[in-house]
Design a protein around this ligand. Structure first.
Ligand SMILES: Cc1ncc(COP(=O)(O)O)c(C=O)c1O
Ligand SMILES: N[C@@H](CCCC[NH3+])C(=O)O
Length: 449
């Protein structure tokens, strides 16, 4: 749907040199708030830094961090592949022009429709790789006639990351238990699958403090890859060894103003050392590292209320716009963009959204320049797991996303949802735009109670 069709005005294209407060204020005026803004040049720079630290490795961008089409296109152009966690991400990667050989689909308890789509996509793009994390998934692929490129996700038994909810490496949900990995890989090869990789992901937001856990994890992956390689090449129906060993993503970024950036060289060196000699390419799967610091969320203050011991600052973004603070207690820097904000005294302030939940809070009692109604704030480091985790809870439309292109132009990349969007799915066929094979309102069927 075009901007005109959606009733959302198409603001003028703006030329931007940098991220100055006045440029961001212009964007908020043009596109409204709340608004995600993403700098594609920064995404490119992040990619180049990673590529320099991990030469000769394959970098698969984890689209779950930010699946905006322009982000995927930018990273594909830079040389990355795309790791997809769902049918939706797979569709977006293919739509962004990803060739099959640069797409991994990582199935986690995949719904039938996801597997159907992945198998269809693999039929069109033979080089696409499907990663299975359970024996069931391999059976279900076989039932669909798929015996193409298969990567086996294992559970390495080691988790790390910024919060217990994102430490996947020791969570039984993810991957085939390590002690069954070799037999599962050999069994899949004997059933005709082309077993091309082993994979594991320890968790998200791994910092330099987690380097020992990272070393132990990668060392286990090296051992596993050597064992699988040996077993595959020795099997009666011997197949070629593995093409790659994928140690996942998880590279952390600083969120607090005083946090040091990840020592990428140290992580890369630890990874190479711990992996040891393996006759397979090293693959990494970063999401956050590539996009987090490329994005900000702009939000406008609508309420300033004195309360005992704090000032409550109400803004037009909420936990439905950026879920990380409510979900993990995550810290995001907050900056007041008003020209005179630097001259104002700092006081303890609690910045909250419009959602009817007590957890709808971006910061509690944080020292910020005094805030006035109408001020524009940025919530920083919002490029990863920001829009992707947004929801329409409280029937709130999701925000728009603007990208800053390399040539300095800012363009609307995804329009703001409207109240019309909020009610659209409840419309009957012919009554609104319902273009789907799914049953929709207006086609009643009898059910017994
Ligand atoms: C399988 C897999 N790969 C890659 C990632 C990307 O993680 P991050 O954004 O921390 O790099 C995730 C998310 O944690 C994941 O689950
Ligand atoms: N959503 C998490 C990262 C988890 C990534 C998926 N395994 C975050 O915002 O930190």
């Amino acid at each position: 749907m075009s901007a005109a069709e959606s009733g959302v005005p198409n603001p003028p294209v703006r030329r931007l040199g940098d991220w100055s407060a006045s440029h961001l204020r212009d964007l908020a005026d043009d596109y409204g708030t709340s608004l995600y803004v993403l700098d594609l040049e920064r995404v490119r720079e992040n990619y180049e830094r990673l590529e320099t630290a991990f030469p000769e490795s394959e970098i698969m961008f984890a689209a779950k961090a930010n699946a905006l089409g322009r982000v995927l296109e930018t990273l594909l152009e830079a040389g990355a592949g795309i790791e997809c966690a769902s049918a939706g991400e797979l569709v977006r990667a293919l739509e962004a022009g990803a060739p099959g050989e640069r797409v991994h689909y990582t199935a986690v308890n995949p719904p039938a429709t996801d597997l159907d789509l992945a198998v269809d996509a693999a039929a069109d793009n033979h080089a696409l790789t499907i990663t299975a994390g359970a024996e069931d998934t391999i059976d279900r692929l076989e039932e669909r006639g798929y015996d193409g490129r298969l990567c086996l996700r294992v559970n390495p038994g080691i988790g790390a990351g910024h919060h217990k909810k994102v430490r996947t490496g020791a969570d039984a949900k993810f991957g085939v238990p390590a002690n069954r990995a070799v037999e599962t890989a050999v069994d899949a090869a004997e059933r005709g699958f082309d077993v091309v990789g082993v994979h594991a992901h320890v968790g998200s937001g791994v910092s330099s403090d987690d380097l020992d856990a990272h070393r132990e994890f990668v060392s286990r992956m090296g051992d596993l890859a050597r064992e699988v390689n040996e077993a595959l090449t020795a099997a009666p129906d011997a197949q070629a060894g593995l093409e790659f060993v994928d140690v996942g993503g998880g590279f952390g970024v600083p969120y607090r103003e005083d946090e040091a950036p990840l020592d990428l060289e140290a992580v890369a060196e630890a990874t190479r050392d711990a992996l040891g000699e393996v006759d397979a390419r090293l693959t990494i799967e970063p999401g956050r590292y590539l996009v987090a610091d490329a994005g900000v969320l702009l939000t406008r203050v609508n309420t300033v209320k004195d309360a005992p011991e704090t000032t409550v600052v109400g803004v037009d973004a909420g936990m439905t716009t950026l879920a990380r603070p409510a979900m993990y207690g995550s810290y995001h820097p907050i900056r007041n963009l008003e020209a005179n904000a630097v001259d104002r005294p700092e006081t303890p302030q609690t910045v909250t959204g419009p959602i009817c939940e007590s957890s709808d809070v971006f910061c509690t009692d944080r020292s910020l320049p005094e805030t006035a109604r109408g001020d524009l704030l940025t919530i920083g480091n919002a490029g990863a797991y920001g829009y992707e985790m947004a929801s329409t809870y409280n029937s709130r439309p999701r925000p728009a996303s603007v990208v800053l292109e390399a040539d300095g132009l800012a363009t609307l990349s995804r329009r703001r949802e409207t109240l019309e969007d909020v009610v659209r799915l409840e419309r009957a066929a012919g009554d609104g735009e319902v273009d789907s094979d799914e049953p929709n309102r207006g086609s009643p069927r009898e059910v017994s109670r």
